[in-house]
Design a protein around this ligand. Sequence first.
Ligand code: SF4
Length: 759
Amino acid sequence: MPTTTPTPGLDLDAIREFGPYLQYARDIRVDTGVEPDRLVKTHCCFCGQQCGMQLKVKGNTVVGVEPWYDFPFNRGMMCPKGIKRYLQQSHPDRLLHAYKKDPSAPSGFSEMPYDEAIRRVADEIDRIQREYGNDAFAILSGASLTTEKTYLMGKFAHMALKTANIDYNGRLCMVSAAAGNKKSFGVDRAANPWGDILGAEVVWISGANVAECAPITTNYVWQAREQGAKVIVADPRITPIARTCDLFLPVKPGRDTALFNGVLHLMIEHDWLDHDFIENHTVGFDAVAEEVSKWTPALTAEVTGVAEKSIQQAAEWWGQASTSFLMHARGIEHHSRGVQNVMSAINIVLASGRIGRENCGYGTITGQANGQGGREHGQKCDQLPGGRDLGNPEHRAYVAGVWGMDPDDLPQPGVDAYEIMRKAHSGEIKGLLSICFNPVVSLPDNNFVREALDKLEFFVAIDFFMSATSRYADVVLPGSLQEEDEGTVTQLEGRVIKINQVVDCPGEARRDWEIIQDIAKALGRERGLTFSGPREMFEELRIASKGYTNDYSGITWEGVEDNYGVFWPCPAETPEGVPLPGPQGTVRLFEPGSWNPIAKGAGPFYFPDGKARFNVTEYVGPTEDVDADYPVILTTGRVVSQFLSGNQTRRIGPLLDHYPEPKIEMHPRLAAKLGIRDGDWATAESRRGNCTLRASVVKTIRPDTVFIPYHWAGRKSANQLTISAQDPISKIPEYKVCAVRVSKAEAPPEYADQLQPQQ
Ligand code: SF4
């Protein structure tokens, strides 16, 4: 039965004080038309493409944005989010003080002095760890932080707090791609620079709403198309990029492995294979061939919902191409078999032999700003810097040596972000620090998440706006926006780039790394956490990453800017006779004859024998399929003008105006069956919760599926409905498929006349 949890989205007093309110150009402190004091070259704070841009600054206020035409990835192009991000810096909702929970205050919070807040946080961490053990205090960190901050968070958790329980919100984003890439290639990075898309004969896009979620990539796909490429899109929805493709495969949510297995079946049947590549550079092909032998076009069509002739056409184009590029995103990754889906996609790339060459490649589209760098240097629950493993004795010894500590004092691997919530709910975890993470909106089955947060003895959130999650905190510390600090991030191609500081933090807000170090100092555990700034952290990170897969040791602070970014791996040293990478690092992975620290010259892939792995990908359906009680598939995703939990973008007026409120998207056939018309209020209900939103009746979705964007909080949150089933390997939640029933609502929801669209 759905829960009867009180309606947390109707937290009207907190919303009245902290927003989200909308900011427009006319409202900011300085006229956006004034001549700026300076233009600062930096990058977007939102998605993983990390477009280069110049922020216009007057005094300590960001007043606008200009293109940065020279930055090679986007050449001045930006999407609506990048163009309007400047409106967040002078936003009236910006947190300028620390706050403490105060039931006597109308909003539930009252201001407290920063130093007093740090003291309180340190005392609570100390108390909880002494009473319940080190692991009873957990950390949830974020993949939009700079790489230096993510390194610091891992070091703070593992060295200062000695807790096993740190994880990050890339767990909701990139981990299936990461695990699949490691299992297939031995390394986790897009194999190619995006420039390789341009010369591909066939571009295959699976589960990626490119035009809305990675808009600049659209330009690469369209340039390829203008040069004659055939574009294949597999998706349950005819997304904007699908409207311009050559072949659309309307795959039923949760059936991607079946589709790729069916394509490989046809490649084998027609001998559209690169036998030399398979023989010399891979292992495991025979077992995979055996597995896909049953995936006839008829069976593939029956399971996936894609017509046989479309499957055959896709296999023929892909199989017969001489150059190609396959990309995917959360559409195939947000599943309880997300890693299987990724590996099945990679299997058709390996069978074609088209990787490690110009215009022949593969890439996963990163979601968050530092989705790549944020998953490399130690804030994942099982990881140490450089992509090293927390469970590997040699890796522990190396990093402990860099940090000047006994490896035995490092905790063992901890649990993933959702498991942290389960442990909080069961009482095993008593305290939590979160930064750059909004789990009340972003985790599935979020009524359970709210209950878990309520059970904590102490919760501290570091935030720049009062997010829906921070409203559950005992103490809120005012952190920094991206433009208030400097550092590096690694964008979706694997290119390390530099974020430049544009303005200073306002009020009592502090740069995030200063807050973490202040807490460590107040705890008396500041050893190793006395960095003077991001550059010093970066220099230590270079050493900590040296010699393993994600090697940054040869990347210099200046080199990053001088070369418009540097691709890792970029070792500072190689064995005699092995050339160092050029000033841009390793632009393309897996080139013939390339060297890596795992294969050591045996081959281009990152396994001891230098060979890529075909992995058997047995199709397993979704954890919760439709049935008589819940007969409709729910899938969730993004819209172009909003970003993730919306804590930033739901405060920017022009972005909210672009797509004011979440809607339940459904096909006219389903709508007619349910008696729902476009614009009616409709209720979607799963076994975990329900939400009532306006219906959007469109022909661009499968008739068996409804779609809800997940950027809204409270009673508008799609994640009240989603299921917390996770992939057994990557632990990614299954956001892309669960079962719901949909009905016409008898009346508008309670929130309709109480909340603004952004709230
Ligand atoms: S959100 Fe992504 S595509 Fe849009 S401007 Fe920012 S980095 Fe570029």
